[in-house]
Design a protein around this ligand. Structure first.
Ligand code: NAD
Ligand code: KPL
Length: 304
């Protein structure tokens, strides 16, 4: 069974190169002919790991043009690109297709799944870290874990073992939404404040009251969603991550600093919307959302 990879960015390349290294059939799906030509010129994807660089000449085609039906797909785009990317391969999906949606935040996964009712859409949440240091080059920056699960239920797929043997650490989650909500809450408590205070994660220790205020409202939101334990553990988890990643700049900070669109619509905006839907008072989250949107507007970046 071929692993199709749509979204040959940081995480998509990290999966593609490890699968190829393990001898599993992989096919990259690129956006258009121009990207395909650029890829062919590079001769493949380069994985930089532990100071070593390896080129993997993984076959590639444009997303809409290959003739073969797709049975297994990893969609590893940013959340705001997921629907359009999924639509570009919809006509090629086999009736029994399984799709891994590897996006941060919440909202994009449900939007894709709603457009592809016949496919089995699995959601992923990952703590692995990677970045691109050039076109079709990925640096494996931080080891971690990926959880996979099915919002609609059902058993874990047998091919999880193939991922493990390709050194992609995965674990099946019986409640992937809780995993994604936990990560979303963590990101909402940390990332926007690092942008607004223009600081590294560790410097949020100087804004402990503000962090605690957001944790309080996010905790109520988690509770309202039915994630009582996650609600109770949130503040401690946020403090632990701030401490453990003290020297790092959050992903949202890096996006803004590099003039890239953020995933705010699937993080803070999603939390605000879900709170409103449940009639929760979230004045601190709403205020941070407003300030962040204003900052993005001033930088000429999308507010959503
Ligand atoms: P990325 O921007 O590096 O890669 C996304 C890729 O998708 C890009 O190459 C882009 O060109 C491609 N793409 C977008 N639309 C496409 C389309 N229509 N057709 C074909 N290709 C298309 O993003 P990333 O860092 O790999 O992140 C993917 C998701 O994983 C995000 O939601 C991110 O928040 C999350 N995440 C990333 C990391 C990390 O360390 N990079 C860690 C955890 C979670
Ligand atoms: O996941 C993160 C990010 O930078 O996106 C951290 C900072 C670890 C938590 O918000």
């Amino acid at each position: 069974m071929i692993w199709y990879i749509l979204g040959a960015g940081s995480l998509g390349s990290l999966w593609a190169t490890r699968l190829a290294r393990a001898g599993q059939p992989v096919q990259l799906l690129l956006r258009d002919r121009q990207r395909l030509a650029a890829y062919r010129e590079r001769g493949g994807l380069t994985l930089c790991e532990d100071g070593r660089e390896t080129l993997y000449p993984i076959p590639a085609e444009t997303a809409g043009h290959g003739g073969t039906p797709i049975h297994r797909l990893l969609l590893a785009s940013k959340a705001y690109d997921a629907e359009e990317a999924a639509a570009s391969v919809a006509a090629r999906l086999a009736p029994d297709a399984e799709i891994i949606l590897l996006q941060n935040g919440l909202g994009s996964q449900q939007a894709v799944a709603a457009h592809l009712p016949r496919a089995r859409c699995l959601y992923a949440s990952s703590t692995e870290g990677a970045f691109r240091d050039g076109d079709f080059r990925v640096v494996f920056a931080g080891r971690g874990q990926t959880w996979l699960g099915d919002e609609r239920g059902g058993p874990a797929p047998a091919w999880l073992a193939d991922l493990e043997s390709a050194e992609i650490p995965v674990q099946w989650s019986g409640d992937i939404l809780e995993r994604l909500w936990r990560k979303l809450a963590l990101n909402c408590a940390i990332n926007p404040l690092t942008v607004l205070h223009h600081c590294r994660n560790g410097e949020l220790a100087n804004h402990a009251e503000e962090v605690a205020g957001l944790c309080d409202e996010l905790g109520h939101l988690l509770h309202a969603c039915g994630y009582t334990l996650a609600a109770r553990e949130l503040q401690g988890e946020v403090e632990r991550v701030i401490d453990a990643t003290a020297r790092n700049f959050s992903s949202m900070y890096q996006d803004v600093a590099n003039g890239r669109r953020t995933e705010i619509a699937y993080l803070l905006a999603h939390a605000c919307n879900e709170g409103r839907r449940r009639n929760l008072a979230q004045p601190r989250l709403e205020a941070v959302h407003l300030r962040l949107r204003e900052l993005l507007r001033q930088r000429g970046l999308p507010e959503a």
